[in-house]
Design a protein around this ligand. Sequence first.
Ligand code: AMP
Length: 114
Amino acid sequence: MTDSIFTKIIKREIPANIIYEDEYVVAFEDVNPVAPIHILIVPQKQIPTINDANLEDTALLGHVILTAAKLANQRGVSENGYRLVINCNKDAGQTVFHIHCHLLGGRIFNWPPG
Ligand code: AMP
């Protein structure tokens, strides 16, 4: 598998504003934010879509979500709320084929999303 743009960020081959990293995940600011807070939480392991994840990735995916919640708390939006999004394939508009969770906050989000 060739390296995704996010793997290149993880390897520091291309720049990004990395705000958190541990053994399993990296989080950085989205280059094209759609909310005052727009952070991507990305597994270090390159998995193209959520369809490609399997049972052995269960803890990893849980860690992605818990990391998002921790970062939301650090950014002060836990109480007011925020949205977590994982897009899958074309109907959802996925453009980077390396699983990532969008943490969106700092404004009100409509539901249904439209
Ligand atoms: P998705 O449409 O769910 O695949 O989301 C991909 C996201 O990655 C978009 O919100 C892009 O703005 C973001 N993105 C693409 N390239 C970069 C980059 N080099 N650094 C930070 N964010 C990026």
